[in-house]
Write a protein of this length. Structure first.
Length: 134
């Protein structure tokens, strides 16, 4: 019985040393990866992915009862996930990302595949029910 207990203690010690060794190896790997990531230049302070880059701010005006966006140079192009039509991405003056058709209209209002939301009834205070361009 004493021999079995000693054998179990040796196995426990060996296992503990092995686990500590693996932890040290993984810690070194993590440190190397962090150093590698820090050495990679990014195109912006928030990263280089297209979703995180800063969108150019666009101005919106009302023309013949419709809101029209003045699309700035450098607005990134994309495809609508609903209808696959070409769109441009801009930022409103309040900082919201807005999909815009090449003609300057809000694609949220013109997308043939997107479910259109009805205007709120009179007296409703829920402004999220309509697409206010700014």
């Amino acid at each position: 019985m004493k021999e079995e207990l000693e054998q179990i203690q040796r196995m426990h010690t060996a296992l503990g040393l092995e686990i500590n060794s693996k932890i040290d190896e993984l810690s070194a790997d993590i440190k190397s990866l962090r150093e590698l990531l820090a050495s990679i230049p990014s195109s912006s302070s928030s990263g280089s992915s297209s979703r995180s880059r800063a969108l150019p701010e666009a101005k919106c005006r009302k023309e013949d009862g419709e809101f029209i966006w003045d699309i700035p140079d450098g607005a990134p192009k994309g495809k609508c996930k609903h209808c696959q039509l070409d769109i441009l991405w801009v930022r409103s003056r309040k900082g919201f990302a807005c999909p815009i058709d090449p003609d300057g209209k809000s694609h949220r209002d013109t997308c043939p595949e997107r479910e259109q939301k009805e205007a709120p009834s009179a007296g409703s205070n829920n402004s999220s029910e309509i697409n206010v361009p700014f």
